[in-house]
Design a binder for this molecule. Structure first.
Ligand SMILES: Nc1ncnc2c1ncn2[C@@H]1O[C@H](COP(=O)(O)OP(=O)(O)OP(=O)(O)O)[C@@H](O)[C@H]1O
Length: 452
């Protein structure tokens, strides 16, 4: 992978000062003894070798400070109240647990962006995440009531958490309460080790902000009853008692249309979605099924081949527009299963002109693996057919012009995160080149990725 390391002047200065400070410190002195020499940032000094921390500090602070003033000046009064409360909690360093409750489009992400731009702009660490937060905190996927994060005391990971000013956990209603409880117990341990007072505080006295909407997807627990799902969500946890509930009520998407009629259509759709979420539309048939009448104007009527009809409706005049970034960026087809996703992808790839390249995943079993014996039981051909959530397909077919989405965090400081959208610009044997069309903190970066 070829990536530029982008360090702004403040960060280069901090790193240089931290390196210089190591010298006098080894002799019991410090740069503070040589005024007017500037001093390095403390966090930097203790952790120059901590890659996890370097990654989280590696932001263009000047850019973030400019971004912050733009975002801050457009906050609505509701967003501003929430922003002020959270920044105040961070500044007081006494901890705080918040839940920002708001339906889709109420401006939660906007608040997260303003908060992170402010704190990262001043060289502070903010950990953010949504569906993948459990992997960021190394929380076991099969967590139980007594699980903790897989983080060793005094490790780089523990030091990262120790120096973190703010944790933002979006889409929290989707996660099992055991994940939050595991993080709570681990933070109490990690921070309480240095400051015993913090054992007693929720999340060891860190400021943590959850966000989401309980009308949306709750934790997915296979083969269980309604009450099991409710009992596994965040508001059934002991943590909920410490949560300060903050609510956003204004729909910010209503102003996003290009005309009054478009805004009206958005309003009608959002109102309908909200009513479904509030249980005001449709009726429950049984434990697993509900009946909802879909709005007439969002139904696709002319259907011979369902995939062709969905693609034509979502991507009108595809052949004339597929190379326009905004056209690709503003559209998506959602599908309920991985098989449906594969069918839509294959169909759309077949529409693109040009030659198709196929990339295969590595398909030999590691000889040091304890499960090596398995290779005698399962053939490689069989293993290559396995697909599942989080497991990439064995065969990846691409064409120049194909939109792709990253499913791994490659470089967070460059905004190359899970969810960043790109368009393929060149396909070589082992390198795929793509341009970013959508993602945070990135603007049309060109990324080359070396395939293993
Ligand atoms: N104060 C604001 N000024 C201008 N635009 C805003 C403001 N707040 C939000 N928006 C815009 O409104 C839209 C919806 O906001 P946002 O994505 O933050 O909502 P959300 O609650 O995170 O939605 P979801 O839960 O669906 O992700 C976005 O396009 C965002 O840029």
């Amino acid at each position: 992978m070829c990536l530029d390391l982008q360090l702004d002047d403040d960060r280069v200065k901090d790193m240089a000062l931290a390196e210089i400070e190591k010298n006098p410190r080894s002799n019991g002195r410090s740069l503070a003894d040589y005024p007017p020499m500037p001093l390095p940032n403390d966090t930097m000094l203790c952790n120059t070798d901590n890659v996890l921390m370097s990654e989280e500090l590696n932001y263009d602070r000047e850019f973030l400070r400019t971004q912050h003033s733009q975002l801050f000046s457009s906050l609505t009064s509701g967003q501003r109240n929430i922003y002020d409360m959270i920044i105040d909690a961070v500044n007081r360093s006494e901890g705080g647990v918040f839940f920002v409750n708001g339906f889709g489009g109420s401006g939660k992400t906007f608040v997260w962006n303003t908060l992170t731009a402010e704190l990262r702009g001043w060289g502070e660490i903010v950990l953010t995440g949504g569906r993948t937060t459990h992997s960021r905190f190394v929380i076991p996927l099969d967590s139980t009531e007594s699980s903790t994060c897989n983080i060793m005391q005094c490790s780089d990971h523990a030091n990262l958490l120790l120096h973190t000013k703010l944790i933002i956990w979006d889409e929290a209603p989707m996660a099992h309460r055991y994940y939050f409880e595991a993080l709570d117990m681990s933070l109490r341990d990690i921070i309480g080790y240095h400051n015993p007072e913090c054992y007693k505080k929720p999340f060891g006295g860190k400021v943590i902000v959850f966000g989401g909407d309980f009308r949306q997807i709750l934790p997915v627990i296979p083969k269980c009853f309604h009450q099991d799902i409710l009992l596994s969500s965040l508001n059934s946890s002991y943590i909920w008692d410490s949560c300060k509930l903050l609510t956003l009520t204004k729909n910010m998407r209503l102003c996003s249309g290009s005309s009054d009629s478009e805004n009206q259509a958005i309003y009608k759709f959002l109102e309908w979605i909200l009513k479904i979420g509030n249980g005001l539309i449709g009726y429950v048939l049984n434990e697993e099924e509900s009946h909802i009448t879909i709005l007439e104007d969002i139904l696709i009527h002319d259907v011979q081949d369902p995939i062709d009809a969905i693609v034509k409706s979502t991507y009108p005049s595809f052949m004339d527009n597929y190379d326009k970034h905004a056209y690709i960026r503003d559209r998506a087809v959602l599908a309920p299963s991985l098989d449906d996703v594969a069918s839509v992808n294959n169909y759309m790839l077949s529409l693109l002109p040009g030659e198709e390249s196929t990339y295969l995943s590595s398909d030999s079993i590691c000889t040091q693996d304890q499960e090596y014996e398995l290779s005698n039981i399962y053939t490689t051909e069989f293993l290559n057919t396995i697909s599942g959530s989080g497991l990439p397909y064995h065969e990846l077919k691409l064409k120049v012009g194909a939109p792709v989405m990253l499913l791994r965090n490659i470089d967070k400081s460059m905004g190359l995160c899970n969810g960043t959208c790109l368009i393929i610009t060149r396909l070589c044997n082992h390198v795929v080149e793509a341009v970013v069309i959508f993602g945070s903190n990135v603007d049309n970066s060109l990324l080359s990725y070396r395939l293993q």
